[in-house]
Design a protein around this ligand. Structure first.
Ligand code: ZN
Length: 277
């Protein structure tokens, strides 16, 4: 990616319509640079619409990514595992037609099993899917997201380690990393997270980031729900400074309930710091 783009998780609230093309137009109009297509309740977009979405995004130079359905568990077996894989594969296939480069995935639940066993199972599933996508000519990066609850697969360490599979990269959800233990909310801690990404993936990794951010409510069990920045303790100002300090590139997707309002807030902070640096 040539720089750091900011955008919304789905169609901005102020769009004319609720469809993706209205969303792309609004993102462009607002001066934002990207949008995540939210296939979170199932991949319902057909190939024809995907082509139109891709055309609109290309014309307005809006970068797209895809969020795969929430109902996925690569630590399942039989029919459930098969359905999980298909949801990811369909997200990748349709996203590819849209011109997206990445699919974000909530990979699995531990279900009380040893984390090491779960890691190996999940890794093997990703290796299989990436191979199939390559065979189909679908050039998409599968992004394993850092998760906000202890029951969910996706610690920072896991999402970095699983990049051993070719075609897999992390989606760093900073709000989840904060919600899981109440830490990870200062300049120093944000910098430590990006330093770990750089350790594992090098400068190349920092140049191809995919990030989720929102205000967040949490308890000792982790994430409860998303909030707007102003109603949460999430330190987005310091986060934007660290983005600038590390000169990262890629996409930052805002998942606050007010979508574009917080996306613009974050972008404004970033631009201010970036221009002064
Ligand atoms: Zn997510």
């Amino acid at each position: 990616m040539e720089k750091l783009f900011f955008g919304t998780a789905g169609t901005p609230l102020g769009s004319k319509g609720t469809d993706s093309i209205s969303g792309i137009r609004k993102v462009h109009e607002l001066g934002l640079g990207c949008m995540e297509l939210e296939f979170v309740r199932g991949v319902k977009m057909g190939e024809k619409t995907a082509l139109e979405v891709g055309k609109a995004a290309k014309e307005l130079d809006v970068k797209l990514s895809v969020h795969a359905p929430y109902y996925i568990n690569l630590n399942a077996e039989g029919e459930k595992l098969y359905a999980s894989r298909e949801r990811i594969m369909d997200s990748a296939r349709i996203g590819h037609i849209c011109g997206a480069k990445s699919v974000v995935i909530h990979a699995a639940f531990y279900q009380g099993q040893p984390k090491r066993d779960v890691y190996e199972r999940v890794r093997n599933q990703f290796a299989g899917m990436c191979g199939e996508l390559r065979d189909e000519g679908v050039d998409m990066t599968l992004r394993v997201e850092t998760m906000g609850r202890g029951s969910q697969f996706g610690s920072l360490e896991e999402v970095l380690e699983i990049t051993e599979v070719e075609g897999v990269l992390p989606c760093i959800d900073f709000s989840h990393l904060h919600a899981i233990n109440g830490r990870n909310n200062s300049e120093e801690e944000f910098a430590q997270i990006l330093a770990k990404v750089e350790d594992k993936l090098g400068r190349e990794g920092l140049n191809d980031m995919h990030i989720h951010v929102s205000g967040i409510k949490y308890s000792e069990k982790g994430e409860k729900n998303h909030l707007v920045f102003e109603e949460s303790d999430f330190n987005y100002r310091e986060l934007s400074k660290v983005f600038s300090d590390f000169a990262i590139k890629g996409l930052v997707i805002c998942e606050s309930p007010n979508l574009e309002t917080d996306a613009l807030k974050l972008k404004k902070e970033y631009d201010r710091k970036h221009e002064n640096s």
